[in-house]
Design a protein around this ligand. Structure first.
Ligand code: ZN
Length: 281
């Protein structure tokens, strides 16, 4: 099932994609796609709903992030060998974790804002994992049982804030609109295996990232298992699993986003996003 949230920013309703690509209104069945829904009985009940029995939403509705009130937005750094190499960094022996402020979450087609004083805004297509069941010290073998589904994430980054401003990467990862999520949360009953999904990003029509999740250094079950030893994972938390090579600061010369640029990105089976880059006003 492809769960989504549609409508004006801040007033999104829950929905589901039907077989013809139409948005069906789920608001008569559930109140929202959030921690409470994902972690409760309503989630498995919703999976049994036949979308064709639900009212059709008007076509062309804006899509929001498919999860509301994300609790934690945990990112994994340097999780593809080719990206670690282009970053000039060692391949880590354990997952590199950092947080992205949840205020950075935005819709998959919303504009990306260049922050004030930014110079080096960069893109990162990633496989996102949505937690569906609390995870605390989970064994590797059962880690996937804690996953509700998957989504596309663009882990936007300001490299000057991230790498030249001292302290933690969080500064360069948390600006408003730096976390487009969606278009859908594809549930694990539909996408049973995320271990070899092509993922890509095009900048102004030119493909710059072209990877596959089969090159992840630490795969999804391992990440859930590993992270759950440092913090509990709660329903609605998102883990963004890292980006393959082809980001702007790895290019010669380095290339960064500017006003008017268009990013299109996707992960096979999870849909596509598109964002226009605009200046902060
Ligand atoms: Zn990233």
């Amino acid at each position: 099932m492809k769960l989504l949230r549609y409508g004006p920013k801040g007033a999104e309703k829950p929905g589901v994609l039907d077989n013809d690509g139409g948005i069906r209104d789920l608001s008569g069945v559930i109140s929202d796609i959030d921690s409470r829904f994902l972690g409760g009985e309503a989630f498995s009940e919703a999976l049994r709903v036949d979308p064709s029995t639900l009212p059709l939403a008007s076509p062309g509705s804006r899509l929001g992030a498919p999860v509301s009130s994300v609790g934690k937005f945990i990112c994994v750094g340097l999780n593809y060998a080719d990206h670690a190499k282009e970053s000039g960094m060692e391949l880590p022996s354990q997952p590199v974790l950092f947080m992205k402020a949840t205020s950075a979450v935005s819709g998959p087609f919303d504009d990306v804002l260049l922050p004030k004083y930014s110079e080096k805004v960069d893109w990162e297509v990633e496989l996102g994992v949505v937690i569906g069941r609390e995870a605390r010290y989970v064994p590797l073998e059962s880690a996937l049982e804690h996953v509700a589904g998957y989504c596309v994430v663009n882990d936007l980054s300001e490299r000057k804030f991230q790498l030249e401003s001292g302290g933690q990467w969080v500064k360069g990862k948390s600006c408003d609109t730096f976390g487009p999520i969606g278009p859908y949360l594809v549930t694990r009953d539909e996408l049973t295996d995320s271990s070899s999904l092509p993922l890509w990003l095009e900048l102004n029509g030119k493909r710059v990232q072209d990877g596959n999740t089969n090159n992840l250094v630490f795969d999804v079950p391992y990440l859930v298992h590993y992270i759950s030893h440092y913090m509990s994972l709660q329903p609605g938390d998102i883990i963004s699993t890292g980006t393959p090579s082809g980001v702007g600061f790895g290019m010669t010369p380095p290339t960064f986003l500017k006003e008017g640029d268009i990013m299109r990105l996707g992960v096979e089976g999870l849909g596509e996003q598109q964002q226009r880059v605009v200046s902060y006003t």
